[in-house]
Design a protein. Structure first.
Length: 258
């Protein structure tokens, strides 16, 4: 368990390197490496600078045999979509319990990746699990502290799917690479809210961008990047023309270890 900065005197630089190594799963290309800095010493007890996640491979059962969504060695699209829809009704992990759960935890401080088949995550799956990055579901969960008060909404793009459940309700669903604006929600500054993020890929390239914006205020020229640390994709969105642009000075949603 990671706690606040008081539990780690003199370890700030070491933790920066540690988190950088954990977060490099996001892409295998040097141009996508993170450029960031996090001040852990000011964090209250229990706060961390990332969300943790789990990867499920729906092609296989939890015993690593062929699953019920496979037909003649191929992913059955209807079966995959049905299983995804079943999970999204209640956002309960037990809906995926019959499928193979990858042994490594995932960590992220933002969700912003160009449409590609060449992520380091995919390569690790292929190498270590002797599988392919199709029919995979990534689930991230945690409590996040709102940096603002008022009405906001999440927005973004996901291919094949990006979903956000905030405070117990589904507030954003983006499919097939379409930019989507989510439902409006009310938040209070410094209050914690349960956040669940689902990223799913049936086949082919995967890409996503999770953003947010205030509502009923002077309009932003660009939405904010959702992030849990003082971190940005290297060169911002300019190096990723397939994704929507964002405001680089985006507020931070501090996260809490659950």
């Amino acid at each position: 368990m990671l706690a606040g900065g008081n539990a780690f005197p003199g370890m700030k630089k070491m933790l920066h390197l540690f988190f950088l190594m954990l977060l490099m799963f996001d892409s295998s290309r040097a141009g996508d490496l993170l450029s960031w800095e996090v001040d852990l010493e000011e964090r209250p007890e229990g706060e961390v600078c990332f969300l943790s996640g789990t990867l499920f491979d729906l092609k296989k059962t939890k015993g690593a045999g062929p699953s019920d969504i496979m037909r003649n060695g191929q992913v059955d699209s209807q079966a995959f979509q049905a299983r995804l829809a079943s999970y999204l009704k209640k956002w309960e992990t037990r809906e995926l319990a019959r499928y193979y759960r990858w042994h490594e935890m995932l960590y992220a401080v933002y969700f912003y990746m160009p449409f590609t088949c060449e992520t380091l995550t995919s390569k690790m799956i292929v190498r270590e699990e002797r599988s392919t990055p199709s029919a995979v579901v990534l689930l991230y969960r945690g409590k996040v502290k709102s940096p603002v008060s008022g009405t906001i909404r999440f927005c973004g793009v996901g291919d094949d799917y990006l979903g956000v459940n905030f405070g117990g309700q589904t507030v954003l669903e983006s499919r097939n690479g379409c930019y989507t604006t989510g439902k409006t929600i009310e938040v209070k500054e410094n209050e914690y809210y349960q956040l669940n993020i689902l990223i799913a890929n049936e086949s082919g390239a995967i890409g996503y961008a999770l953003l947010w914006e205030p509502v009923f205020q002077p309009a932003l020229q660009k939405p904010y990047l959702f992030r849990t640390a003082l971190a940005l994709p290297l060169n911002g969105s300019q190096s990723k023309p397939s994704l929507p642009d964002f405001e680089p000075d985006s507020p931070i949603w501090f996260s809490k270890y659950r």
